[in-house]
Design a protein around this ligand. Structure first.
Ligand code: HAS
Ligand code: CU
Length: 554
């Protein structure tokens, strides 16, 4: 074996593999760019301004909203993680990536993109990212999304192969933390994705091809949300990977506890999926008991995020104090705010506090009735996926693109400003959506033409438009920095390694937490929990009621 491979320090990914990871991530940026453009139009529509008509190919509001959701929430996030997580796993295990698997994942992603872009841009799939039946999209849309999932399976398989190889050579050793948390993230996704795999391959795709004449809306909706809540943690956990394992090092601190970090990720593996009914509190056909059980489980999955908040802030505090910070809060000023990668992620954490609080409000069964289907919900998720995740992925890009291209980051100051502008934008935007939602402003509605009495939403709509504009400016600055880095960044001056943090309390050999490394065992427990949470519903409901023809209202 190659000497550099055996030693974790100084391990480097060969240029060819970096190129493949780079292109996987670029596809994500390409999607993000399209998604951001549509997001701008969406935000302005709440302020009563219609720019949708200026978009080439766009025939209606729902087409634009579908493009926005699918591009940002599905393609950007998965493309990024398909590159990022295998990269980290291979670094942590000091094992080279497999070029064949990188190619397979990348090209499946490309084909998925082409199919979905075709379907959405030709107005064959204006069904929104939730793809609720009986709205029916063209088969190319469903197939494209299936292939997106396949590309993530290939990335997951890649990580399992790397881990399997490492385990053979290191019997009895603790799995390096960075690899452990990366692998658990996609292991959770494999379990979570079964809902949409069954829904898309078993029902929606054959239905769109005419093989099945009719479908079952409630069953498909339920299968969607079986995956759909857990999917938000597939977006979030790559950000947590960075907050736990990389940011502490970047700010000069340490990760607090290796065992706690493993426990947090195992809790996400166990509790992410059996919570999906909190998206269906208002759906008829599901018993109140089942919904209440999922509400309880949702409060369970709140715990690992709470633990994360305390742990991550402790790491930051350590860094701040090591850099000469003092006082109860004054150490915050000593954090390296001039480092764009750090600034973006600190601001991401800050917005996530509000994202988390609003999530808890959503999860409360009764209170949900007040906010469901109002703009409160996009207010919530732009402070989670739209900033906590998006800003973190931008922050990661500020070291990862230089690493992958071996070029120096271009426009460091601009990059710092970018995060602030985006953050201020998202907070104004969310203030608009949240307050509008409490006043009954509906989500997924083209307010420019809707016939509501809109006077009481004027301020909320204006704030949404102003905030959305700032977010767009912030995102464009991000693209400028990335493009210029790729094109003009000083050659040969990129970082030579991916530095990750040491733990204050490291993993131990003979301790309770060694049991956390038994991934197969925890996966089985996770499956059992899913069966408990969904079994009674499916047992009472199945077989599928194939009653509904497809509707194309676009
Ligand atoms: Fe959610 C709806 C409940 C988290 C995304 N959510 C959505 C939708 C999306 C979404 C996209 O129960 C809309 C779906 C649709 O289209 O219909 N959500 C929750 C709960 C959490 C939660 C309980 N959501 C997320 C995350 C998302 C996301 C994460 C994306 C990444 N959500 C719901 C519910 C609904 C819902 C209902 C359905 C609503 C309806 O009626 O339709 C929890 O996981 C949140 C826990 C988070 C915390 C925060 C911890 C804070 C940390 C930061 C620490 C840093 C500090 C800063 C303190 C407890 C870790 C230091 C900073 C310095 C500068 C020093
Ligand atoms: Cu959820």
């Amino acid at each position: 074996m190659n000497a550099t491979v055996a030693s974790p320090e100084g391990f480097q990914h060969p240029p060819g593999q970096r190129r493949l990871i780079r292109w996987t991530v670029y596809i994500g940026y390409f999607a993000l760019f399209a998604g951001v453009a549509h997001g701008f139009a969406q935000a302005l529509s709440y302020a009563g301004i219609d720019i949708l008509r200026y978009f080439p190919f766009l025939q209606g509001y729902y087409q634009g909203l579908t493009a926005h959701g699918v591009a940002n929430a599905l393609f950007f996030t998965f493309a990024f993680s398909n590159g990022f997580l295998p990269l980290l796993t291979s670094r942590a295990l000091a094992r080279p990536l497999k070029s064949g698997l990188l190619h397979a994942s990348l090209w499946t992603l490309v084909v998925a993109n082409v199919l979905v872009i075709y379907a959405v841009s030709t107005n064959r799939a204006s069904v929104l990212y939730t793809s609720y039946a009986p709205l029916q999209a063209d088969w190319t849309y469903y197939l494209g999304l299936v292939l997106l999932v396949v590309s993530s399976y290939i990335a997951a398989a890649h990580m399992f192969v790397l881990l399997g190889g490492w385990k053979k050579e290191h019997p009895g050793e603790r799995i390096p933390l960075l690899a452990f948390i990366s692998v658990v993230t996609y292991a959770m996704w494999i379990l979570a994705s079964l809902g949409i795999a069954v829904s898309f391959i078993g029902f929606l795709l054959p239905w769109s091809l005419g093989i099945l004449e009719r479908t079952d809306p409630l069953l498909n909706r339920t299968l969607f949300w079986l995956t759909g809540h857990a999917i938000v943690y597939v977006w979030l956990l790559p950000a947590y990977v960075s907050w736990y394992a990389l940011v502490p090092r970047q700010v000069g601190g340490k990760l607090v506890s290796d065992p706690l970090t493993r426990l947090v990720f195992i809790m996400f593996l166990l509790l992410s999926v059996p919570t999906g009914f909190h998206h269906q509190y208002t759906d008829p056909g599901i018993t109140t008991q089942m919904k209440a059980f999922h509400a309880l489980m949702t409060f369970g999955v709140f715990y690992p995020s709470l633990a994360t908040a305390f742990s991550v802030v402790a790491s930051l505090e350590m860094g701040g104090r090591n850099r000469g910070g003092t006082g109860v809060l004054a150490w915050i000023k000593k954090l390296p705010w001039g480092d764009p990668s750090v600034a973006a992620q600190l601001l991401a954490m800050f917005t996530f506090v509000f994202g988390g609080i609003t999530g808890l409000i959503n999860a409360s069964y009764i209170v949900n009735q007040v906010v469901h289907n109002t703009t409160w919900i996009p207010g919530h998720f732009h402070m989670t996926v739209g900033s906590a995740v998006a800003l973190t992925l931008m922050g990661i890009a500020y070291w990862m693109i230089p690493y992958l291209t071996d070029r120096k980051l271009w426009g460091r100051k601009l990059a710092v400003w970018q995060s602030w502008i985006y953050t201020i934008g998202v907070l104004i935007f969310a203030r608009g959506m949240i307050s509008g939602g409490l006043d009954g402003m509906p989500r997924r509605t083209f307010l420019v033409e809707a016939t509501y009495d809109k006077d009481s939403w004027a301020l909320a709509g204006a704030l949404t438009g102003i905030g959305g504009t700032l977010m767009t400016i912030g995102a464009l600055m991000f693209f400028l920095v990335v493009l210029m880095t790729i094109w003009r960044g000083a050659k040969g001056e990129g970082p030579k390694d991916i530095p990750f943090a040491d733990a204050l309390l490291p993993a131990r050999k003979a301790s309770w937490d060694t049991k956390l490394d038994r991934l197969g065992f925890w996966f089985v427990i996770a499956v059992v929990l899913v069966v408990i949470a969904y079994g009674p519903f499916f047992a009472g409901y199945l077989p599928a009621n194939l009653v509904s023809p497809g509707y194309r209202l676009f």
